[in-house]
Each structure stands twice: as C-alpha cells, then as structure tokens.
Design a protein around this ligand. Sequence first.
Ligand SMILES: Cc1ncc(COP(=O)(O)O)c(C=O)c1O
Length: 487
Amino acid sequence: MLRAWTSALLSVSKNGTRLVASASRIQRVSARGMASATSSSLEEIGELHVTKGLGRLVTGMMVDGDGSYVTMDDGRHYLDFTCGIGVTGLGHCHPKVSKAAADQCLSIVHSQCSIAFHKPYLELIQRLLPIMPHKSLDSFFFWNSGSEAVEAALKMARIITGKQNIISMQGAYHGRTFGAMAVTKSKTIYSEGVHPLMPGVFTTPFPYWHHANVGPETPTKKLTEDALYQLDLLLSQQTAPENTAAIIVEPVIGEGGYVPAPVEFLQGLRAICDKHDILLIVDEVQSGFGRTSGRGKKDGFFAIQESGVRPDILVIAKGLANGFPLSGVVSRKELTDKLKPGSMGGTYAGNAVSCAAAVAVVDAMQEENVLENVKARSKQLFDFLSGLRATPAYAPFILDVRGRGLMVAMEFASSTASAHDIARKREVPAKLASKIATRCIERGMLLLTTSVYETIRFIPPLNISEEDMNKGCEIFEQALKDVVTAY
Ligand SMILES: Cc1ncc(COP(=O)(O)O)c(C=O)c1O
C-alpha cells in the first residue's frame, strides 16, 4: 500500500511537468466522481462519527490538490486562498516536495529523534541556518505541530530563566493544547469550559486600533506608545520582571485579525526584554516561511526581519514542510545548553519524511524565486483591495485593508458589534465577512474569515500566478457585490 502510494507520487514527479500530473489527477478525480455512492456513505460516517468539536468550511471530501487548486469528490474545483490555513505555500503537492517525501518513505520513515540522528533532520538544520532571521539562532528542536512547538518554547523559557510567568498579547493565537491555549487570547471558543488554564499567564494590549476602540486612521506611533506603556504597567502592577520568564508575540497577529505588529512595537518589546532579562518568544508559525515577505532590504523568510529584532526563541511550523506535519523551536545554543537531555522530545518529533519535505521546501523556495513572487503578488492584491476600498459603492462597508506579503486582511464594518465599539455601523448587514466568504466558495474560491471582527483573510499560495491572483480578486469582488447589492 505504502509502496503503491509512493510510486504514484514518484511517477507524477518523474513525469516532470505539472500539466502531466494534472491530467492524471483529473482522470482519478472523475473516477472517484463515478463512485459517488461510496462517497456519500463515507460522508455519512463523517457526519456520525467525526467529533462535533471540529468545524468545517465546506461539505464533501477533498480528494485532490494541485498547485493553487483543490478538487472535491463530486468534482467541485476550488481556487484555494486558504492554503489549508497558511500551510501549502508552494501550492498543493509541489512535485519536488512530494518527490522528496516519497523518496524518504522508501529509505527510513521513523528514526526516532531520541534514538539517533537522521539525515533529513540535520540537512534541514543546514538549510535553515542561513535563512534564520538572526544569526544567533543556532539551536534547533523539531516537533510536529505549531501548538507543540509553542509548548516547547514556553517550557524552555521557564527552565532557562528559572522564572514562571508568561506575557501574551490580546488577540494572540498560539494553539489549542494546554500551554498554548493559555497564551491564546483571540477567541473564547478555544478555552471555553476548560478553565482553570495554565497559571502564570498575563495579557498585554497589542497595538491594534480596534482593540483600543479608536479609528483605523489612528497613528501607529500612538497605538505603539500606548501598548508599550500598558506593558510597563503590567510589569509594575501584575507580574514583576523577577517572575516573568517570557513575552510571546506573533509579528503579524493571525487569528486576531491579520494585524502586523508595528516595527517600533517589536523593537520596544526587545528593549523591555533586555532591560528586565525576559526572553522574547517570536511565534512565526503562520507569518514565517515567506508568507510575509516583501518589505524592503531586511526582508527574508520571516516577518520579524523587517524590525531587525532578535528573537530569543523562534517558533516555526505550517509553511515549513508545505503540509507534512513539522514544527520547530529555534534558540541560541548558549540558552538551550541549559536543558537537560531528555527534557525535550516526542515520539514523532522531527519525523524523517517531514524533514525531507522541508529540505525540499527551502530548496524550491530559493530555486523558484518564491519570495520575489510574494512581493509582486502582494502588491497586486493590495492594489486591488485598496481599489475596492476607494470605490464609493463599497467604501461604506470597508474599515481596513492590512497585512504583510500574502498574509492580507480586509476588515468590514459590523452592525452587531459591541454597543461600546466606536466603529459599529448599525446600517450595514450583519456578518458581512462570513457572507462574503460563503459567496466566494459558491463562486469557486476557498476563503477564510478571522478574528472576532468582520475580517476576511487572504492566504493564497506564495507561488500563485498573476492570472490566478486576478481570478481570486475577481471572484472576491463579485462576492462582495452580491452581498452588498442583496442588502
Ligand atoms: C501563530 C500560530 N501559532 C501557533 C499555531 C498552532 O499551530 P498548530 O495548529 O499547528 O498546532 C497557529 C495555528 O494556526 C498559529 O497561527
């Protein structure tokens, strides 16, 4: 079975072009379409036996992914502007990544990280060292998911500093496991019914106009000063620096609304951490791996690079292995040398197939100039969304367009927001963002919302073509028009 799967992958990649792969996929998909009776009985199993705790964007089974597109068992074909929530940056089933994984499957799949090194693990470190956002980041630990890597980062921070408390940002998302959930502050759904959470966690404001209940035109400088002042207060009123191990921040808050942290804010956090001997944990699970590239000289694979700030601990996942489960915690050897052997680990941590895929991801990103494409497509998307914002028919509904690279959001006005929210607009339709996302899906594009506000997030593949970006923009404008006109 395994060999059949891998040889299928190999034949796709050996055939060379994506076109050939696509043709064979189309045949497979239509064959699956004929077996729709089986599909519907499987779906019934899903309805009956998959936990209700899991939400789902679309009905049916996804059976095929090729570049910027996915296909469902009934033949629905979608342009994928979700990338499986910011994961498949190189598109679905990138031939080089799939081939690297398939080849690895035929040599060794599981060489447990506490039993012995394996080659892809070390090759991956070799590839990552030169692209780290700071040269001090030279000590790696790989795990499976972003949440696990956050857990590892929190644990490391406590062990290394001998201090307990952690400060996270209002609106932050770091995952659903226990420690990660405790530092997650984007929506109550993630911890509802689960309290008490891990103790020793404090929240500080993130410089986002909507949280501050001021208008989107509020100067960044003012938002930044206010947020840093509140952090100073937190350190003198609630958690003493002597008890504070780490501050954890996403350089672009994801589940909190795709809000980039101002450069001055990140620099301010670094200064506060230096002053008080607190570690700065930078969570680039979503913003990393080229997702936010495209802003100037210091630009690279990570959002933090724009600020020049040195993370003490960097957390990576998602785009790292383009869909294979892999995350990483990167720090300085000088710090990680304080960990006792055996204190870190995990049965599947740093799996060989995932590491081999990640090596291929880094190579493909460089060989195919993906960061250049991010820059060009980002401009294309921003120009388009800014154009919509300036269009009189749409302007009254749109509050903000923001983001970095291809991690971009449009925030809409809300009629159902808190009565105390100064941005509330009673005259707009309720649930604008989810209505528009639903309309996009009906028109053939997968798109997600984010945050407690009416926000649409655009996370297309990093190597998306200009033509497909245009197509996505057209679908979005049509969906927006449908929803606004219907109102
Ligand atoms: C910034 C950030 N951190 C951590 C996580 C958790 O990652 P995972 O879902 O792989 O556990 C996510 C997931 O969306 C994320 O966006």
